[in-house]
Design a protein around this ligand. Structure first.
Ligand code: NAD
Length: 292
């Protein structure tokens, strides 16, 4: 190569290398997100994903102990100034109102609500106690209503649009044996999200749903009686559950909290600016959806 040309190429390569080393702008910088159930498996993975993109995070959870350790970990990794935590029972109307007020006091507003706090408890209908039915409806359907109502009130006051993401479940679309209370509550969440998408559109408020299939690892739900209930209803051993879910998926893959967090991040970001009232199933292609 002539000397000048070689010099130009070398210069260009150096400039390219410099660009590569420059930190990429964070896509959620300056945004504020409240994540309910933020001390649990999916909620914590989601909060991490959003914080990694520069969002300020409010972790809200009923489990004070897990919340404390999640908060400490977040403060260490992302900085104490970008994380707050609030002990919250999503069925407590006054508590929900106070949590949103605290978010405004601490961070000055809200851009993203991830409604995710949940439990799972179910039985065949003939042995479903009213208390079990009510617990599912209260925490899942009513809890999602209470937090999204507060987000809507705030978003309308801010006049900056807003973003609500529901973590519902594949079970909100596909009935699962021995789980009518949970499935019904999850179906209510999915329909609530659609209604809210309709109501919020005029104010630029987007509302979308992520439906995970079974996420066993990292999820506290699966540490309790749910594990035995699900194994019994599928007539398999508890130890075979993960393999069972993997095998029934089209892609033969299990789903992890980080997979759900990735879909939530997409819905929280401007990459999905033209999506509202939609559902993303994160289920590796659940066979229940296909006739084969
Ligand atoms: P998880 O138990 O690890 O997390 C749920 C969190 O919600 C916990 O930290 C818990 O303390 C909190 N919580 C429970 N009741 C609450 C209340 N009344 N108020 C505030 N917080 C409360 O479970 P996960 O798997 O991370 O579940 C998160 C969401 O995903 C739930 O809504 C669940 O129904 C849904 N989901 C989970 C799966 C799965 O297989 N793990 C599948 C589909 C949908």
């Amino acid at each position: 190569l002539p000397e000048q040309e070689a010099f130009d190429i070398e210069y260009w390569l150096l400039e390219e290398a410099k660009l590569q080393r420059m930190p990429k702008p964070k896509s959620l910088a300056g945004r504020i997100a409240l994540v309910t159930g933020g001390a649990g498996g999916i909620g914590r993975a989601t909060a991490e994903r959003l914080a990694g993109e520069g969002a300020c995070i409010v972790l809200a959870d009923i489990d004070a102990e897990s919340l404390k350790s999640a908060h400490a970990d977040f403060a260490k990794r992302f900085g104490a100034d970008v994380v707050r935590s609030v002990v919250l029972d999503v069925t407590d109307e006054a508590g929900v109102i106070a949590a949103f007020a605290e978010t405004v006091v601490e961070f000055g507003g809200l851009d993203i609500l991830v409604s995710n706090a949940g439990i799972a408890s179910s039985a065949p209908v003939e042995s479903t106690e009213l208390s079990m039915w009510n617990r599912n409806i209260d925490i899942l359907a009513t809890g999602y209503f209470l937090v999204s109502r507060e987000a809507f009130r705030l978003f309308r006051r801010q006049k900056l649009g807003g973003n609500v993401i529901f973590v519902a479940s594949k079970n909100g679309l596909a009935a699962s044996p021995g789980a009518s209370a949970y499935c019904t509550a999850k179906a209510a969440e999915i329909h609530l999200a659609r209604c809210l998408a309709l109501e919020g559109a005029d104010a630029g408020i987007r509302v979308n749903t992520v439906n995970p299939d079974a996420v066993l690892r990292g999820s506290k739900i699966w540490n309790g009686e749910w594990r035995e209930q699900r194994a019994a209803s599928s007539k398999i051993e508890v130890t075979d559950l993960e393999e069972h879910y993997r095998n029934r998926s089209l892609l033969k893959l299990n789903v992890f909290p980080e997979d759900i967090a990735e879909a939530i991040y997409f819905l929280a970001s401007d990459a999905s600016a033209k999506s509202t009232g939609n559902i993303i199933n994160v289920d590796a292609g659940n066979a229940q959806s296909f006739t084969r």
